[in-house]
Design a protein around this ligand. Structure first.
Ligand code: FAD
Length: 286
């Protein structure tokens, strides 16, 4: 089923997983999926390492298993940086042949030492390419705290509106730790006439290294409330895990109360944490 149709029925609750590294044991992800399937999420999305390579084969294989063996709708991520139209077409043919109906069309991060080669400069071009050639539901990314490369918030929203006009059916946000960023961003999207469902991306932060990486990579701001949690529990693995889960549950509860279209949980392939969060909010997403 196409993800965009799910928002008509209920508050969507979906999950993200990533494929194991090319040299790692593949069976681990299937054990994780087995456990995640009990949650009965509305869909599971599978990330794809930008720049192509073997990781992409695993993305489609895993998304196909989610769809065809676990009976859960799946989304294959597709970053277009460095791809020619022919290469993108081969991947999309494979996605279609695997029975997957949903693609998350991304640009991907530009590698530091190499030039931007390939036929796509931005995700909007990939969205147009997919919509022009394939009957697929297209999802795209958006940024409540503004994409780090954007000139300013006005430009970011203008680009987002254009990307949606190219054929995006549903948006998923970058993680954020302060819901006020989401509400401000959402208001701007409505003023800009962006009328597709926007799912809030929530990442339960359960270890210090993970959050340091996120701050550096995504420019996510740490609210005072969160810094206090890190200061108090940062050196106690179990306490920080529990505090991170409680923080995510609090964020989700507030978002649902404010009428968010859906919650996309960045599971980091941790089914224990995903279950704990789902258990706490399952009656809110019926
Ligand atoms: P774009 O939409 O192209 O935007 C990037 C920047 O360019 C923004 O500043 C935007 O305002 C600007 N821009 C957009 N269009 C134009 C234009 N036409 N002209 C000029 N400027 C423009 N990365 C991966 O490699 N693999 C994944 O699986 C993956 N999954 C993700 C899932 C989600 C939900 C999110 C939020 C991000 C994910 N990413 C993934 C990271 C993503 O690839 C990076 O954030 C990347 O830097 C931007 O991708 P984008 O699709 O948002 O790019």
């Amino acid at each position: 089923m196409r993800t965009a149709d799910k928002f008509k029925e209920k508050t969507v609750f979906s999950l993200e997983v990533f494929p194991p590294k090319p040299d790692a044991d593949e069976s681990v992800i299937y054990n994780t999926l087995e456990q995640l399937s009990d949650i009965k999420p509305d869909f599971i999305s599978v990330t794809y390492g930008a720049g192509g390579g073997k990781n992409g084969c695993r993305t489609i294989k895993i998304a196909s298993k989610i769809e065809n063996e676990y009976g859960i709708d799946s989304v294959a991520h597709l970053p277009c940086i460095g791809l020619t139209k022919e290469q993108a077409g081969e991947i999309l043919d494979n996605i279609k042949l695997s029975g997957i109906e949903n693609v998350l069309a991304l640009r991907g991060d530009i590698p530091e030492e190499s030039c931007v080669c390939g036929d796509f400069r931005h995700a909007d071009e990939l969205v147009s390419f997919i919509k022009g050639n394939y009957d697929l539901n297209v999802i795209a990314a958006c940024y409540p705290e503004t994409h780090p490369e954007s000139k300013d918030v006005v430009d970011d929203i203008k680009r987002l509106r254009h990307k949606v006009d190219c054929g995006v059916d549903h948006l998923i946000t970058q993680l954020f730790l302060d819901n006020r960023f989401f509400y401000d961003f959402y208001e701007k999207t409505q003023l800009a006439g962006i009328d597709v469902p926007i799912e809030a991306g929530i990442m339960p932060v359960t270890n210090k290294r993970q959050i340091e990486r996120m701050v550096k990579l995504c420019g996510v701001q740490l609210p005072d409330k969160f810094v206090k949690i890190l200061d108090r529990y940062g050196d106690d693995e179990e306490a920080l895990r529990d505090a991170g889960i409680a923080y995510a549950v609090d964020q989700i509860t507030d978002l649902i109360a404010q009428g968010v279209a859906g919650i996309h949980l960045y599971t980091m392939n941790n089914s224990f944490i995903a279950h704990r969060i789902h258990d706490a909010v399952q009656n809110l997403i019926k």
